[in-house]
Design a protein around this ligand. Structure first.
Ligand SMILES: [Zn+2]
Length: 145
């Protein structure tokens, strides 16, 4: 196991300046940023929105799919009901991209930040359990929701 760890820390990417983990983290970051303007995500937000008047101004509030409360835009996030999963090497790319770039808005849900944290923690615990049973042990910080 120690041998595997050492190998992963070798700088084998980008002209031997980056580790495999750093390289994959960069790819995850770029793909994640692409979802910022993903139309189905915006449609999911729109579907959960209602216009209200606050202090004489028309503003939007978004309904959390879990607690059913309404929140201002900065307090909600769009959750992938099917997590994008891990991206540890190029073999993970097809599934990762398929789950991340969903076209079907029924696979997206608007959650308040608090509920999103709860659901993310549940998904991480599930992923950890399933990895433990499949014999793969690794951190789960790379799971994207
Ligand atoms: Zn909530």
């Amino acid at each position: 196991m120690a041998g595997v760890k050492r190998k992963l820390k070798e700088r084998t990417r980008n002209g031997n300046t980056e580790t495999e983990a750093k390289h994959m983290a960069n790819i995850r970051g770029v793909l994640r940023r692409m979802t910022r303007f993903w139309k189905p995500k915006q449609l999911a937000l729109k579907a959960a929105s209602k216009q209200v008047v606050v202090a004489g101004k028309k503003v939007y509030r978004y309904k959390c799919a879990k607690c059913a409360e309404y929140f201002p835009p900065k307090s909600v996030e769009v959750n992938h009901i099917v997590p994008a999963g891990s991206l540890r090497d190029y073999n993970d790319l097809p599934a990762f991209c398929t789950n991340l770039f969903v076209e079907d808005i029924s696979l997206l849900e608007v959650l308040c930040k608090e509920c999103h944290v709860d659901i993310t923690n549940e998904q991480k615990a599930d992923a950890k359990t399933s990895r433990a049973s499949s014999g793969v042990s690794s951190g789960f910080r790379d799971i994207i929701h």
